[in-house]
Design a protein around this ligand. Sequence first.
Ligand SMILES: [Zn+2]
Length: 512
Amino acid sequence: MTDHILWGATLLEGFDTSGGPILHENAGILIRDGLVAALGPLDSLRAQSPEAVVEGGAGFAVTPGFVNAHHHVGLTPLQLGSPDHPLELWFASRLALRDVDLELDTLYSAFEMIESGVTTVQHLHSRAPGSPEAVLAAADKVIGAYRMIGMRASYSMALRDQNRLVYEADRDFVARVPEALRPALVAYFERFTLALPEQVTIFDELLRRHGGGDRIRVQIAPANLHWLSDTALETAAHLAERTGLPVHMHVLETPYQKAYAVKRSGGSALAYLDRFGLLGPQFTIGHGVWMSEADIALAAERGVCVCHNCSSNFRLKSGVAPVNRFLAEAIPVALGIDEAGINDDRDMLQEMRLALRVHREPGIDSAHPSPAQVLRMATEHGARTTPFAGQIGRLSPGMAADCVVFDWRAVTWPYQDDALGFVDVLVQRAKARSVHSVMVGGEWIYRDGRFVKVDREAVLAEIAERLSRPRTQAEIERMGLARDVMPHVRSFYEGYLDGMGDDPHYRTSGRL
Ligand SMILES: [Zn+2]
Protein backbone atom coordinates (compact mmCIF):
# COMPACT_ATOMS: atom_id res chain seq x y z
CA MET A 1 0.00 0.00 0.00
CA THR A 2 1.17 3.53 -0.77
CA ASP A 3 2.27 5.65 2.16
CA HIS A 4 0.24 8.77 2.88
CA ILE A 5 1.13 11.91 4.73
CA LEU A 6 -1.72 13.88 6.26
CA TRP A 7 -0.81 17.24 7.69
CA GLY A 8 -2.30 20.48 8.98
CA ALA A 9 -1.44 23.78 10.60
CA THR A 10 -2.25 22.07 13.89
CA LEU A 11 -2.11 18.39 14.73
CA LEU A 12 -3.52 17.14 18.02
CA GLU A 13 -1.65 13.95 18.86
CA GLY A 14 -3.50 13.23 22.10
CA PHE A 15 -3.09 14.17 25.76
CA ASP A 16 -0.16 13.86 28.14
CA THR A 17 -0.44 12.06 31.47
CA SER A 18 -1.54 15.23 33.23
CA GLY A 19 -4.29 15.80 30.65
CA GLY A 20 -2.58 18.55 28.65
CA PRO A 21 -3.04 18.44 24.87
CA ILE A 22 -0.01 17.37 22.80
CA LEU A 23 -0.08 19.76 19.85
CA HIS A 24 2.22 19.96 16.83
CA GLU A 25 2.29 22.94 14.47
CA ASN A 26 2.65 22.51 10.71
CA ALA A 27 2.93 18.81 11.30
CA GLY A 28 1.37 15.59 10.18
CA ILE A 29 1.31 11.84 10.36
CA LEU A 30 2.89 9.33 8.03
CA ILE A 31 0.32 6.61 7.42
CA ARG A 32 1.43 3.12 6.48
CA ASP A 33 -0.83 0.05 6.42
CA GLY A 34 -3.58 1.91 8.23
CA LEU A 35 -1.38 2.90 11.15
CA VAL A 36 0.46 6.05 12.19
CA ALA A 37 4.04 5.16 11.21
CA ALA A 38 5.56 8.49 12.23
CA LEU A 39 4.55 11.95 13.36
CA GLY A 40 6.30 15.27 13.02
CA PRO A 41 7.04 18.25 10.78
CA LEU A 42 6.07 17.83 7.14
CA ASP A 43 9.67 17.99 5.90
CA SER A 44 10.85 15.19 8.14
CA LEU A 45 7.91 12.97 7.10
CA ARG A 46 8.68 13.63 3.43
CA ALA A 47 12.29 12.67 4.03
CA GLN A 48 11.16 9.40 5.62
CA SER A 49 8.86 8.53 2.72
CA PRO A 50 9.64 10.53 -0.44
CA GLU A 51 7.01 8.62 -2.48
CA ALA A 52 4.18 9.25 -0.02
CA VAL A 53 0.99 10.93 -1.23
CA VAL A 54 0.70 14.19 0.68
CA GLU A 55 -2.75 15.35 1.79
CA GLY A 56 -4.11 18.08 4.02
CA GLY A 57 -2.60 21.53 4.07
CA ALA A 58 -2.08 24.73 6.02
CA GLY A 59 -5.81 25.49 6.18
CA PHE A 60 -6.58 22.30 8.10
CA ALA A 61 -6.36 20.91 11.61
CA VAL A 62 -6.09 17.19 12.32
CA THR A 63 -7.33 15.45 15.46
CA PRO A 64 -7.86 11.83 16.53
CA GLY A 65 -11.27 10.47 15.53
CA PHE A 66 -13.98 10.72 18.18
CA VAL A 67 -15.53 7.80 20.02
CA ASN A 68 -19.26 7.75 20.66
CA ALA A 69 -19.06 5.40 23.60
CA HIS A 70 -22.79 4.68 24.04
CA HIS A 71 -25.13 4.25 21.09
CA HIS A 72 -28.19 2.12 20.39
CA VAL A 73 -30.27 2.93 17.33
CA GLY A 74 -30.47 4.81 14.04
CA LEU A 75 -33.80 6.55 13.51
CA THR A 76 -34.60 8.10 16.85
CA PRO A 77 -37.49 7.05 19.09
CA LEU A 78 -38.88 10.57 18.61
CA GLN A 79 -38.80 10.20 14.82
CA LEU A 80 -40.54 6.87 15.14
CA GLY A 81 -43.33 8.22 17.28
CA SER A 82 -42.32 8.14 20.96
CA PRO A 83 -41.97 11.46 22.77
CA ASP A 84 -39.39 11.81 25.54
CA HIS A 85 -40.54 10.28 28.81
CA PRO A 86 -38.78 9.38 32.03
CA LEU A 87 -36.92 6.17 31.18
CA GLU A 88 -39.32 3.92 33.08
CA LEU A 89 -42.31 5.11 31.01
CA TRP A 90 -40.25 5.31 27.84
CA PHE A 91 -39.81 1.52 27.76
CA ALA A 92 -43.57 1.23 27.39
CA SER A 93 -43.95 4.17 25.04
CA ARG A 94 -41.33 2.68 22.74
CA LEU A 95 -43.37 -0.47 22.22
CA ALA A 96 -45.18 1.59 19.60
CA LEU A 97 -42.13 2.25 17.44
CA ARG A 98 -42.21 1.17 13.83
CA ASP A 99 -39.94 -1.56 12.52
CA VAL A 100 -37.00 -0.28 10.49
CA ASP A 101 -34.58 -2.37 8.45
CA LEU A 102 -31.47 -2.60 10.64
CA GLU A 103 -28.99 -1.97 7.87
CA LEU A 104 -30.71 1.26 6.80
CA ASP A 105 -31.25 2.20 10.43
CA THR A 106 -27.58 1.76 11.33
CA LEU A 107 -26.40 3.70 8.29
CA TYR A 108 -28.76 6.55 9.19
CA SER A 109 -27.01 7.32 12.48
CA ALA A 110 -23.57 6.39 11.10
CA PHE A 111 -23.92 9.31 8.65
CA GLU A 112 -24.63 11.69 11.52
CA MET A 113 -21.81 10.36 13.65
CA ILE A 114 -19.17 10.42 10.90
CA GLU A 115 -20.02 13.92 9.72
CA SER A 116 -19.42 15.15 13.28
CA GLY A 117 -16.06 13.38 13.49
CA VAL A 118 -16.95 10.03 15.09
CA THR A 119 -14.77 7.19 13.83
CA THR A 120 -15.63 4.56 16.48
CA VAL A 121 -18.95 3.69 18.03
CA GLN A 122 -19.87 1.51 20.95
CA HIS A 123 -23.04 -0.04 19.55
CA LEU A 124 -25.20 -1.44 22.34
CA HIS A 125 -27.88 -3.48 20.62
CA SER A 126 -30.61 -3.53 23.24
CA ARG A 127 -32.95 -6.15 21.89
CA ALA A 128 -33.70 -8.22 18.84
CA PRO A 129 -36.74 -10.48 18.82
CA GLY A 130 -36.91 -14.13 17.97
CA SER A 131 -34.70 -17.19 17.87
CA PRO A 132 -30.90 -17.22 18.30
CA GLU A 133 -30.63 -17.35 14.51
CA ALA A 134 -32.86 -14.26 14.17
CA VAL A 135 -30.84 -12.40 16.80
CA LEU A 136 -27.58 -13.24 15.03
CA ALA A 137 -29.05 -12.16 11.71
CA ALA A 138 -30.02 -8.82 13.31
CA ALA A 139 -26.48 -8.41 14.66
CA ASP A 140 -25.03 -9.14 11.23
CA LYS A 141 -27.22 -6.45 9.65
CA VAL A 142 -25.95 -3.83 12.09
CA ILE A 143 -22.34 -4.94 11.77
CA GLY A 144 -22.67 -5.16 7.99
CA ALA A 145 -23.78 -1.53 7.84
CA TYR A 146 -20.71 -0.38 9.78
CA ARG A 147 -18.50 -2.44 7.48
CA MET A 148 -20.20 -0.92 4.46
CA ILE A 149 -19.64 2.67 5.55
CA GLY A 150 -16.16 1.94 6.92
CA MET A 151 -16.70 2.91 10.53
CA ARG A 152 -15.01 1.22 13.46
CA ALA A 153 -17.52 -0.39 15.81
CA SER A 154 -17.54 -2.28 19.06
CA TYR A 155 -20.73 -4.30 18.97
CA SER A 156 -22.64 -5.85 21.83
CA MET A 157 -25.97 -7.61 22.22
CA ALA A 158 -27.50 -6.84 25.60
CA LEU A 159 -27.61 -9.62 28.15
CA ARG A 160 -30.85 -9.61 30.16
CA ASP A 161 -33.11 -12.26 31.56
CA GLN A 162 -35.83 -10.58 33.63
CA ASN A 163 -38.03 -7.54 34.38
CA ARG A 164 -38.48 -6.61 30.74
CA LEU A 165 -41.02 -3.81 31.13
CA VAL A 166 -40.98 -2.64 34.73
CA TYR A 167 -38.71 -3.33 37.69
CA GLU A 168 -40.44 -6.58 38.66
CA ALA A 169 -40.87 -10.06 37.19
CA ASP A 170 -42.72 -10.20 33.88
CA ARG A 171 -45.36 -12.58 35.19
CA ASP A 172 -46.05 -10.35 38.23
CA PHE A 173 -46.53 -7.38 35.96
CA VAL A 174 -48.80 -9.38 33.67
CA ALA A 175 -50.93 -10.18 36.73
CA ARG A 176 -51.37 -6.44 37.44
CA VAL A 177 -52.94 -5.61 34.10
CA PRO A 178 -56.58 -6.26 33.12
CA GLU A 179 -57.21 -9.74 31.79
CA ALA A 180 -58.01 -8.47 28.30
CA LEU A 181 -54.52 -7.00 27.98
CA ARG A 182 -52.64 -10.07 29.17
CA PRO A 183 -52.41 -12.10 25.95
CA ALA A 184 -50.83 -9.20 24.02
CA LEU A 185 -48.38 -8.50 26.84
CA VAL A 186 -47.43 -12.17 27.21
CA ALA A 187 -46.97 -12.42 23.43
CA TYR A 188 -44.68 -9.40 23.53
CA PHE A 189 -42.55 -10.86 26.33
CA GLU A 190 -42.31 -14.18 24.53
CA ARG A 191 -40.63 -12.52 21.54
CA PHE A 192 -37.74 -11.48 23.80
CA THR A 193 -37.35 -14.44 26.12
CA LEU A 194 -34.19 -16.24 25.12
CA ALA A 195 -32.78 -18.36 27.94
CA LEU A 196 -29.45 -17.29 29.38
CA PRO A 197 -27.47 -20.22 27.86
CA GLU A 198 -28.84 -19.28 24.44
CA GLN A 199 -27.69 -15.70 24.98
CA VAL A 200 -24.21 -16.97 25.87
CA THR A 201 -24.20 -19.07 22.71
CA ILE A 202 -25.07 -15.95 20.69
CA PHE A 203 -22.24 -14.03 22.36
CA ASP A 204 -19.76 -16.82 21.59
CA GLU A 205 -20.90 -16.95 17.98
CA LEU A 206 -20.54 -13.16 17.63
CA LEU A 207 -17.08 -13.45 19.12
CA ARG A 208 -16.19 -16.23 16.69
CA ARG A 209 -17.39 -14.19 13.72
CA HIS A 210 -16.12 -10.75 14.71
CA GLY A 211 -13.90 -10.97 17.80
CA GLY A 212 -10.59 -10.57 16.03
CA GLY A 213 -11.76 -7.99 13.49
CA ASP A 214 -9.81 -5.01 12.37
CA ARG A 215 -12.71 -2.54 12.47
CA ILE A 216 -15.40 -4.62 14.14
CA ARG A 217 -15.04 -6.14 17.58
CA VAL A 218 -17.38 -7.44 20.22
CA GLN A 219 -17.89 -6.64 23.86
CA ILE A 220 -20.04 -7.69 26.80
CA ALA A 221 -23.14 -5.71 27.72
CA PRO A 222 -25.12 -6.81 30.76
CA ALA A 223 -28.06 -4.44 30.20
CA ASN A 224 -28.71 -3.05 33.69
CA LEU A 225 -29.01 -4.41 37.23
CA HIS A 226 -32.80 -4.75 37.12
CA TRP A 227 -32.61 -6.69 33.86
CA LEU A 228 -30.21 -9.34 35.18
CA SER A 229 -30.84 -12.09 37.70
CA ASP A 230 -27.98 -13.06 39.99
CA THR A 231 -27.25 -15.97 37.67
CA ALA A 232 -27.04 -13.58 34.72
CA LEU A 233 -24.69 -11.28 36.66
CA GLU A 234 -22.48 -14.30 37.43
CA THR A 235 -22.58 -15.22 33.76
CA ALA A 236 -21.51 -11.71 32.68
CA ALA A 237 -18.63 -11.75 35.16
CA HIS A 238 -17.61 -15.18 33.93
CA LEU A 239 -17.68 -14.06 30.28
CA ALA A 240 -15.52 -11.06 31.12
CA GLU A 241 -13.02 -13.25 32.93
CA ARG A 242 -12.97 -15.88 30.18
CA THR A 243 -12.53 -13.43 27.30
CA GLY A 244 -10.79 -10.43 28.88
CA LEU A 245 -13.21 -8.21 26.92
CA PRO A 246 -14.56 -4.92 28.21
CA VAL A 247 -18.00 -4.70 29.80
CA HIS A 248 -20.44 -1.81 29.29
CA MET A 249 -23.47 -1.72 31.57
CA HIS A 250 -26.20 0.84 32.22
CA VAL A 251 -26.01 1.51 35.94
CA LEU A 252 -27.87 4.02 38.12
CA GLU A 253 -29.31 5.97 35.22
CA THR A 254 -32.40 7.08 37.13
CA PRO A 255 -33.53 7.54 40.73
CA TYR A 256 -35.86 4.56 40.26
CA GLN A 257 -32.85 2.37 39.53
CA LYS A 258 -31.20 3.56 42.72
CA ALA A 259 -34.36 2.67 44.64
CA TYR A 260 -34.56 -0.69 42.85
CA ALA A 261 -31.03 -1.59 43.99
CA VAL A 262 -31.95 -0.79 47.59
CA LYS A 263 -35.08 -2.95 47.35
CA ARG A 264 -33.13 -5.83 45.80
CA SER A 265 -29.89 -5.74 47.72
CA GLY A 266 -30.40 -3.45 50.70
CA GLY A 267 -27.68 -1.17 49.36
CA SER A 268 -26.14 0.39 46.31
CA ALA A 269 -26.20 -1.04 42.78
CA LEU A 270 -22.47 -0.62 42.41
CA ALA A 271 -21.62 -2.35 45.69
CA TYR A 272 -23.90 -5.19 44.60
CA LEU A 273 -22.16 -5.55 41.22
CA ASP A 274 -18.85 -5.58 43.06
CA ARG A 275 -19.93 -8.74 44.88
CA PHE A 276 -19.93 -10.49 41.51
CA GLY A 277 -16.41 -9.32 40.68
CA LEU A 278 -17.66 -7.22 37.79
CA LEU A 279 -15.98 -3.94 38.73
CA GLY A 280 -12.50 -3.29 37.36
CA PRO A 281 -10.69 -1.31 34.68
CA GLN A 282 -12.52 -3.34 32.01
CA PHE A 283 -15.91 -2.14 33.31
CA THR A 284 -17.76 0.96 32.09
CA ILE A 285 -20.78 2.39 33.84
CA GLY A 286 -23.25 3.80 31.33
CA HIS A 287 -24.86 6.96 32.83
CA GLY A 288 -24.03 6.66 36.57
CA VAL A 289 -26.21 9.70 37.27
CA TRP A 290 -27.33 8.45 40.67
CA MET A 291 -23.96 7.34 42.05
CA SER A 292 -23.47 8.24 45.69
CA GLU A 293 -20.20 9.47 47.16
CA ALA A 294 -19.50 5.91 48.30
CA ASP A 295 -20.22 4.61 44.77
CA ILE A 296 -17.81 7.16 43.29
CA ALA A 297 -15.11 6.16 45.78
CA LEU A 298 -15.67 2.47 44.96
CA ALA A 299 -15.57 3.16 41.20
CA ALA A 300 -12.30 5.06 41.60
CA GLU A 301 -10.81 2.29 43.73
CA ARG A 302 -11.72 -0.40 41.19
CA GLY A 303 -10.52 1.70 38.24
CA VAL A 304 -13.86 1.63 36.38
CA CYS A 305 -14.78 4.10 33.64
CA VAL A 306 -18.02 6.06 33.38
CA CYS A 307 -19.73 6.91 30.11
CA HIS A 308 -21.47 10.27 30.42
CA ASN A 309 -24.64 10.46 28.32
CA CYS A 310 -25.44 14.10 28.85
CA SER A 311 -28.21 14.71 26.30
CA SER A 312 -30.01 11.52 27.20
CA ASN A 313 -29.96 12.37 30.90
CA PHE A 314 -31.70 15.66 30.13
CA ARG A 315 -34.18 14.27 27.68
CA LEU A 316 -35.38 11.43 29.90
CA LYS A 317 -35.40 13.51 33.10
CA SER A 318 -32.68 11.26 34.53
CA GLY A 319 -30.81 14.11 36.20
CA VAL A 320 -27.27 15.49 35.96
CA ALA A 321 -24.40 13.04 36.43
CA PRO A 322 -21.82 14.23 38.98
CA VAL A 323 -19.08 14.47 36.36
CA ASN A 324 -17.11 17.01 38.38
CA ARG A 325 -16.86 14.45 41.17
CA PHE A 326 -15.79 11.74 38.73
CA LEU A 327 -13.05 13.98 37.40
CA ALA A 328 -11.94 14.91 40.91
CA GLU A 329 -11.44 11.19 41.59
CA ALA A 330 -9.56 10.73 38.27
CA ILE A 331 -12.25 8.34 36.97
CA PRO A 332 -11.90 8.13 33.17
CA VAL A 333 -15.06 9.61 31.66
CA ALA A 334 -16.19 8.77 28.12
CA LEU A 335 -18.99 10.48 26.19
CA GLY A 336 -22.02 8.80 24.69
CA ILE A 337 -24.84 10.30 22.65
CA ASP A 338 -27.10 7.36 23.56
CA GLU A 339 -30.32 7.21 21.52
CA ALA A 340 -30.03 10.80 20.36
CA GLY A 341 -28.61 14.16 21.36
CA ILE A 342 -30.34 17.32 22.41
CA ASN A 343 -31.18 18.17 18.77
CA ASP A 344 -32.43 14.63 18.16
CA ASP A 345 -29.35 13.75 16.13
CA ARG A 346 -25.87 12.29 16.68
CA ASP A 347 -23.62 15.33 16.67
CA MET A 348 -20.53 14.59 18.75
CA LEU A 349 -19.24 18.17 18.60
CA GLN A 350 -22.49 19.41 20.05
CA GLU A 351 -22.48 16.69 22.70
CA MET A 352 -18.99 17.76 23.75
CA ARG A 353 -20.18 21.34 24.12
CA LEU A 354 -23.16 20.27 26.18
CA ALA A 355 -20.90 18.24 28.51
CA LEU A 356 -18.58 21.23 28.75
CA ARG A 357 -21.35 23.62 29.80
CA VAL A 358 -23.62 21.51 31.96
CA HIS A 359 -21.28 20.95 34.87
CA ARG A 360 -20.61 24.61 35.63
CA GLU A 361 -21.51 24.82 39.27
CA PRO A 362 -22.22 28.36 40.44
CA GLY A 363 -19.31 30.14 42.11
CA ILE A 364 -16.13 31.89 41.08
CA ASP A 365 -13.82 28.99 41.89
CA SER A 366 -16.30 26.15 41.41
CA ALA A 367 -15.42 23.01 39.52
CA HIS A 368 -16.18 22.40 35.85
CA PRO A 369 -14.61 20.31 33.10
CA SER A 370 -12.12 22.08 30.84
CA PRO A 371 -12.32 21.88 27.04
CA ALA A 372 -9.24 19.64 27.12
CA GLN A 373 -10.92 17.26 29.56
CA VAL A 374 -14.01 17.09 27.38
CA LEU A 375 -11.97 16.45 24.23
CA ARG A 376 -10.09 13.71 26.05
CA MET A 377 -13.46 12.17 26.98
CA ALA A 378 -14.41 12.12 23.30
CA THR A 379 -11.10 10.56 22.21
CA GLU A 380 -8.73 8.71 24.52
CA HIS A 381 -11.14 7.96 27.35
CA GLY A 382 -13.89 6.85 25.00
CA ALA A 383 -11.36 4.59 23.27
CA ARG A 384 -10.46 3.07 26.62
CA THR A 385 -13.99 1.72 27.07
CA THR A 386 -13.82 -0.31 23.84
CA PRO A 387 -11.94 -3.43 22.72
CA PHE A 388 -9.78 -1.06 20.62
CA ALA A 389 -8.23 0.45 23.77
CA GLY A 390 -4.59 1.31 23.25
CA GLN A 391 -5.01 1.24 19.45
CA ILE A 392 -7.24 4.26 18.84
CA GLY A 393 -8.00 7.60 20.51
CA ARG A 394 -4.68 9.28 19.77
CA LEU A 395 -2.37 9.70 16.80
CA SER A 396 0.92 8.50 18.25
CA PRO A 397 3.12 6.16 16.18
CA GLY A 398 1.71 2.63 16.20
CA MET A 399 -1.91 3.76 16.67
CA ALA A 400 -4.60 3.36 14.02
CA ALA A 401 -4.84 6.27 11.59
CA ASP A 402 -8.37 7.27 12.65
CA CYS A 403 -8.61 11.01 12.29
CA VAL A 404 -10.75 14.04 11.64
CA VAL A 405 -9.65 16.83 9.34
CA PHE A 406 -11.20 20.18 10.20
CA ASP A 407 -11.43 23.08 7.80
CA TRP A 408 -9.84 25.41 10.33
CA ARG A 409 -10.56 28.49 8.28
CA ALA A 410 -14.26 27.63 8.48
CA VAL A 411 -14.00 27.11 12.25
CA THR A 412 -12.33 30.46 12.82
CA TRP A 413 -13.84 32.61 10.04
CA PRO A 414 -13.91 35.60 10.00
CA TYR A 415 -11.84 36.00 13.16
CA GLN A 416 -10.68 34.09 16.20
CA ASP A 417 -8.32 35.74 18.62
CA ASP A 418 -5.28 33.63 19.43
CA ALA A 419 -5.57 34.41 23.12
CA LEU A 420 -7.55 31.16 23.22
CA GLY A 421 -5.75 27.93 22.49
CA PHE A 422 -6.54 25.41 19.78
CA VAL A 423 -8.47 23.00 22.02
CA ASP A 424 -10.56 25.77 23.54
CA VAL A 425 -11.60 26.96 20.10
CA LEU A 426 -12.16 23.48 18.68
CA VAL A 427 -14.42 22.30 21.49
CA GLN A 428 -16.39 25.53 21.70
CA ARG A 429 -16.72 26.58 18.08
CA ALA A 430 -16.25 23.68 15.65
CA LYS A 431 -19.48 22.55 13.97
CA ALA A 432 -20.14 19.46 11.91
CA ARG A 433 -20.11 21.62 8.78
CA SER A 434 -16.41 22.37 9.41
CA VAL A 435 -15.55 18.66 9.46
CA HIS A 436 -13.87 18.39 6.07
CA SER A 437 -12.85 14.73 6.00
CA VAL A 438 -12.79 11.64 8.20
CA MET A 439 -10.37 8.73 7.99
CA VAL A 440 -10.58 5.28 9.60
CA GLY A 441 -7.56 2.96 9.55
CA GLY A 442 -5.88 5.10 6.90
CA GLU A 443 -8.92 5.00 4.60
CA TRP A 444 -11.06 8.02 3.80
CA ILE A 445 -14.70 7.29 4.62
CA TYR A 446 -15.86 10.92 4.38
CA ARG A 447 -14.10 13.35 2.14
CA ASP A 448 -14.77 17.00 1.50
CA GLY A 449 -18.25 16.66 2.97
CA ARG A 450 -19.23 13.49 1.07
CA PHE A 451 -19.49 9.87 2.14
CA VAL A 452 -17.02 7.85 0.14
CA LYS A 453 -18.49 4.35 0.31
CA VAL A 454 -22.25 4.77 0.68
CA ASP A 455 -24.73 7.04 -1.12
CA ARG A 456 -26.41 8.92 1.71
CA GLU A 457 -29.25 10.34 -0.36
CA ALA A 458 -30.12 6.88 -1.70
CA VAL A 459 -30.24 5.45 1.83
CA LEU A 460 -32.45 8.28 3.07
CA ALA A 461 -34.74 7.88 0.07
CA GLU A 462 -35.03 4.16 0.79
CA ILE A 463 -35.92 4.85 4.44
CA ALA A 464 -38.51 7.41 3.34
CA GLU A 465 -40.05 4.99 0.87
CA ARG A 466 -40.27 2.09 3.31
CA LEU A 467 -41.75 4.17 6.11
CA SER A 468 -44.26 5.76 3.77
CA ARG A 469 -45.94 2.35 3.53
CA PRO A 470 -48.91 1.76 5.82
CA ARG A 471 -48.20 0.38 9.27
CA THR A 472 -48.13 -3.41 9.43
CA GLN A 473 -50.63 -5.33 11.52
CA ALA A 474 -47.88 -6.06 14.07
CA GLU A 475 -47.02 -2.36 14.31
CA ILE A 476 -50.66 -1.43 14.81
CA GLU A 477 -51.02 -4.05 17.55
CA ARG A 478 -47.91 -2.79 19.34
CA MET A 479 -49.22 0.79 19.21
CA GLY A 480 -52.33 -0.43 20.96
CA LEU A 481 -50.31 -2.34 23.53
CA ALA A 482 -48.14 0.73 24.26
CA ARG A 483 -51.25 2.86 24.81
CA ASP A 484 -53.04 0.30 26.97
CA VAL A 485 -50.10 -0.71 29.12
CA MET A 486 -48.89 2.82 29.90
CA PRO A 487 -51.27 3.56 32.84
CA HIS A 488 -50.24 0.30 34.49
CA VAL A 489 -46.54 1.05 34.09
CA ARG A 490 -47.17 4.49 35.54
CA SER A 491 -49.04 3.10 38.53
CA PHE A 492 -46.29 0.53 39.19
CA TYR A 493 -43.90 3.37 40.03
CA GLU A 494 -46.29 5.27 42.30
CA GLY A 495 -44.55 5.67 45.66
CA TYR A 496 -41.46 3.85 44.34
CA LEU A 497 -39.13 6.64 45.45
CA ASP A 498 -40.65 7.14 48.90
CA GLY A 499 -38.02 7.26 51.59
CA MET A 500 -35.17 8.15 49.26
CA GLY A 501 -33.49 11.20 50.75
CA ASP A 502 -31.11 12.72 48.25
CA ASP A 503 -28.68 15.52 48.87
CA PRO A 504 -27.56 16.57 45.37
CA HIS A 505 -23.92 16.59 44.28
CA TYR A 506 -24.46 19.95 42.57
CA ARG A 507 -26.27 22.99 43.95
CA THR A 508 -27.74 24.69 40.92
CA SER A 509 -30.19 27.05 42.63
CA GLY A 510 -31.67 27.70 46.06
CA ARG A 511 -35.18 27.91 47.41
CA LEU A 512 -34.61 29.31 50.89
ZN1 LIG B 1 -28.26 3.41 26.73
